[in-house]
Design a protein around this ligand. Structure first.
Ligand SMILES: C[S@@+](CC[C@H](N)C(=O)[O-])C[C@H]1O[C@@H](n2cnc3c(N)ncnc32)[C@H](O)[C@@H]1O
Length: 205
């Protein structure tokens, strides 16, 4: 692993994904998680302080980037929740079918290479009636902003660990076998190619 990926990228992502407006979205979504939780792309563990210890039995975090996990484990130690991290892609975890009550996926569908396969795996491991809680940035509704997302994508992807700015989150969820229960769509404050947000919950279609 090169110097940038090992030392700069985890700090950059921790800083960008920890901005106050993003933290406020985590604070709305993550406390809804309950039971056995699978968190996809746990990264540096920015969601961990937002879990409700009274509702969550355990959190399994999967992320193929081991350099992110040191910070995640430090945050985990302060939660009072049993947290385990696995250095794998979600497509590789091989968990039993119907084994989680809830899947949490925040700011990760932008980076997963094959979002549909990843979502199908999330659907497979969710118990019947289990919820996917998601909060993702993606394809903007305005043509002008979308053009900038296209232009910036190649450079941004190299800076931000493969992050794509223009993922069509509702379409990915549908293709991954999910039915959206409720979804908020809005721009957060900040530069528009980066800040169009999709947040809500989905269940198996
Ligand atoms: C922008 S970071 C977001 C981290 C965290 N979810 C958050 O909300 O701050 C995206 C994360 O997705 C992880 N990732 C990329 N591909 C993945 C995959 N196939 N399965 C699980 N995680 C993946 C990356 O390693 C990275 O930690």
């Amino acid at each position: 692993m090169n110097f940038y990926d090992r030392l700069i990228l985890p700090r950059l992502l921790d800083c960008l994904c920890g901005l106050p407006d993003i933290t406020a979205e985590r604070a709305k979504l993550v406390p809804r998680a309950h039971g056995r939780v699978l968190e996809i792309g746990i990264g540096t563990g920015l969601n961990l302080p937002h879990y409700d210890a009274g509702k969550v039995q355990q959190v399994h975090g999967v992320d193929p980037a081991p350099q992110m996990q040191k910070k995640a484990l430090q945050r985990a130690a302060r939660t009072g929740i049993a947290v385990e991290t696995v250095p794998l892609m979600v497509e590789q975890i091989g968990a039993a079918a119907a084994s989680y009550d809830c899947v949490v996926c925040t700011f990760t569908l932008c980076t997963i290479a094959d979002g549909v396969s990843a979502l199908r795996e999330m659907r497979r491991v969710l118990k019947p009636g289990g919820e996917l809680l998601f909060c993702e940035h993606g394809r903007a509704p305005d043509a002008g902003v979308r053009r900038w997302q296209q232009r910036l994508n190649p450079v941004w992807g190299r800076i931000a660990g493969g992050c794509q700015l223009h993922r069509d989150v509702p379409q990915l969820l549908k293709d991954g076998g999910f039915r959206v229960q409720e979804m908020e769509r809005k721009y957060l404050p900040g530069p528009r190619p980066w800040t169009y947000l999709y947040a809500g919950s989905a269940v198996a279609a």
